[in-house]
Design a protein around this ligand. Structure first.
Ligand code: AVJ
Length: 319
């Protein structure tokens, strides 16, 4: 019987850390909320819905690409490799990769959303009944040593980081994330990263401002969560979703724009948002091969091979 009992990394979904992050963010200029807090149960479900939208090409396109190149990827990977997937979501992409690998040693989904973690574990266990699965509840920005010590011993490690999650980070942060993943991968380890590519501006903004308003609901869900978990009183009808493409920084920015003056208390701390000002909730950076290669180099990693279908790219990196 594979190990299905989930382990937790210390302080991963700690309430006081959530409050600290929110207060700190709202004191910035412009006020900011960390996008990792999008993913409570409702937020994770809304994100799954986003992935099925016509406008949101990212997930479909990456699954397509992965199906096309998983055999080639697997050729670079030793037998008996442990695959660690930070932010595993529902585990659909991992299944494609694991299917192409000769004899994976174990799979470790690492997730801040307990419900998504549960779903990934169940579905992968069904697909691969013989595979050791070690679900780990926590934040992939945690100390790589802490993550390692919660895992079984392994010779080879592949860190699977698809979905353009890296896009949430600014260049210096992304370099730090890649550095942490490199430490987590260990000596002979590999990292497979998915990144979204720069493309037509209208397609980009449509992907983050869909017709049905699911992305708007996803964006506002963070306010709902703060109201519920941090004793706050955001008026949800007082903020409007906005997605803009920042050309100079090659990123989509998601904002919540105040409609009329807003006054909000969060656990006794008062914040004012004047009409038309906004809370910055997410960045989603888009890359060219050149800009991604620069990140890789700054993190001290080698690019082993890369694949693209003209929409999204996969980069196989090694130390
Ligand atoms: C999960 C970070 C890859 O940036 O495309 C989707 C999140 N936000 N729609 C992205 C997201 C709005 C998504 N990532």
């Amino acid at each position: 019987m594979p190990a299905l009992a989930r382990q937790s990394l210390k302080a991963s979904s700690d309430q006081s850390e959530f409050l600290q992050d929110v207060l700190h963010g709202l004191h910035q200029s412009p006020p900011t909320l960390p996008c990792k807090y999008f993913y409570d149960r409702a937020g994770s479900q809304l994100f799954e819905e986003i992935c099925r939208l016509d406008e949101y090409y990212v997930t479909r396109s990456e699954i397509d690409l992965l199906q096309q190149c998983s055999r080639q990827i697997a050729q670079h990977i030793e037998p008996s490799t442990t695959v660690i997937e930070p932010g595993a979501g529902a585990g659909v992409k991992a299944a494609i990769l694991l299917d192409a690998m000769p004899s994976p040693r174990a799979f470790v989904p690492l997730e801040i959303s307990a419900s998504a973690l549960e779903e990934a574990t169940q579905s992968l266990h069904k697909h691969f009944p013989g595979l050791d699965i070690h679900p780990l509840e926590g934040d992939f920005t945690a100390d790589p040593q802490d993550i390692r010590s919660a895992l079984p011993e392994t010779d080879n490690t592949l860190i699977f980081f698809p979905g353009s999650t890296i896009g949430n980070f600014s260049a210096p942060e992304a370099v730090e994330v890649l550095g942490n993943l490199s430490t987590l991968a260990g000596e002979d380890g590999h990292i497979l990263v998915g990144a979204d590519q720069i493309k037509d501006r209208q397609r980009l903004t449509n992907a983050y401002d869909d017709e049905k308003g699911i992305t708007a609901e996803f964006n506002k869900n963070i306010l709902k969560r703060i109201n519920r978990e941090l004793d706050a009183n955001f008026d949800l009808s007082g903020f409007v979703h906005r997605a803009i493409y920042n050309e100079s920084l090659d990123r989509i920015e998601m904002h919540l724009v105040a409609k009329g003056d807003q006054r909000v208390t969060v656990s006794g701390h008062t914040f004012e948002f004047a009409d038309g000002t906004f809370i910055h909730t997410e960045n989603s950076h888009k890359y060219s091969d050149d800009s991604f290669r620069r990140l890789t180099q700054q993190a001290g990693l080698q690019m082993v091979q890369n694949w693209s279908n003209g929409e999204v790219a996969l980069y196989l990196l090694a130390r």
